[in-house]
Design a protein around this ligand. Structure first.
Ligand SMILES: *Cc1c(COP(=O)(O)O)cnc(C)c1O
Length: 385
């Protein structure tokens, strides 16, 4: 496998970084399902693997490709995005401190609140829309991890990764970026100064809504990274080989899917920007979005497929609109080929800080005109024939 960084991310993705099976010439990796690996008569392992919780050849391939895409020294795959997030935060000690956005992926924030309470870890939530607030949130010498999600769920505020890296490093912390929504196609946080990148690979990387998986990529294979690797082995949040195989297959079309989703989302955002049934459309690709200037710099190839509609009305009105769509599927999650609509506050529950009139859209790869038509009819209370 070559790691020719001079080739485009499109070509590297399409060919899984030039993967050819050394034994058979197969253009896809074999699926090694064994949970244990034999030793020879001298009690040495026959290959590079010992036990299924510690390693599997398909992880090695997947991790090499993920490290390549984000420009890191090493990557690790996990049983879910949350398994990756939890493993990273296992390396934060009692008495240390974490800064994270006030509105962000709710599961990750829920976990941070729990460990803050149980383990005596400080937690400060900052306003993702206000760059000065992050500076106030960090505590020099105490903050261990600054967590950034960009664009952030479900307002799609854009956080300046390079500026966040400076703030984190000045305080002696690492910067970890949840890049699930931007993907390495449009943003590579390590190149902007981040130390660790996280992806819920359940979403765009896989792209077909048929597996749950997580990825961490590290700028450096340093002591913290070794600790993360050890914690993964010990806590066992490991990715099944079949899921790893499916993820590798899904990733081959990531660039194509991401570009189409970005085009569709921009078309939808522009179409509905001044719609009378809406208060606002939140999409970083719109000039009216407060994060647009940073997004133009930081999202080098499109603004992605995620946007939110703030409807004129309450939670029931929002749910009624979602209830009328015929092409958008009413479901949570994001980044699949099929377009999804969800009433985010209902999904997050009573603790949610998400406005009750917000509908979150994950725009897929269908035709933009048909998606627009579906939303128009739903907003205008028309039943699709
Ligand atoms: C889905 C998601 C996660 C959690 O990942 P899982 O694969 O569901 O465990 C974290 N962050 C973001 C932005 C997500 O969309």
């Amino acid at each position: 496998m070559s790691e020719d960084q001079t080739q485009s991310i499109d070509s590297r993705l399409a060919q899984a970084c030039h993967y050819i099976d050394e034994v058979t010439g197969g253009v896809n990796p074999p699926l090694q399902l064994s949970s244990t690996f034999a030793r020879d008569e001298n009690y040495d392992f026959i290959g590079d693997y010992s036990y299924g919780r510690n390693g599997n050849p398909i992880w090695a391939l997947l991790e090499k490709i993920c490290a390549d895409l984000d420009g890191g020294e090493a990557a690790l795959c996990f049983a879910s995005g949350m398994a990756a997030v939890c493993t990273l935060f296992e390396t934060v000690n009692s008495g240390e401190h974490v800064a994270a956005p006030r509105i962000m992926y709710h599961g990750a924030q829920d976990w941070l609140r729990r460990i803050a309470e149980r383990r005596g870890i400080g937690l400060t939530l900052y306003d993702a829309a206000d760059p000065a607030d992050l500076e106030r949130a960090v505590e020099a010498g105490k903050t261990a991890v600054v967590w950034v999600e960009t664009p952030v769920n479900p307002t799609w505020d854009v956080i300046d990764v390079a500026a966040a890296a400076e703030i984190a490093h000045a305080a002696g912390a690492i910067l970890a970026v949840d890049a699930t929504v931007s993907t390495p196609v449009t943003t590579r946080p390590l190149e902007l100064g981040a130390d660790i990148v996280f992806h819920s690979a359940t979403k765009y990387l896989n792209g077909h809504s048929d597996i749950v998986a997580g990825i961490l990529v590290s700028a450096r294979a340093d002591a913290r990274w070794e600790e993360i690797n050890e914690v993964r082995k010990l806590t066992g949040g490991v990715l099944g080989p079949v899921e790893a195989w499916l993820l590798l297959r899904g990733m081959r079309t990531l660039a194509l899917r991401f570009d189409q989703a970005s085009r569709n989302a921009l078309a939808i955002a522009r179409h509905f920007e001044n719609h009378p049934a809406l208060e606002r459309v939140l999409y970083p690709g719109l000039e009216s979005h407060p994060g647009h200037a940073i997004a133009r710099r930081q999202m080098t190839r499109g603004f992605g497929g995620m946007l939110s509609l703030l409807i004129r009305g309450d939670a029931d009105d929002a749910k009624a609109i979602a209830g009328r769509t015929k092409l958008f599927v009413r479901a949570t999650s994001l980044g699949g080929v099929e377009s999804l609509i969800e009433h985010r506050a209902s999904v997050e529950g009573p603790m949610s800080a998400v406005p009750p009139n917000l509908l979150r859209l994950s725009v897929g790869i269908e035709r933009a005109d048909e998606l627009i038509d579906d939303l128009e009819r739903s907003l205008n209370r028309e039943q699709t024939p």
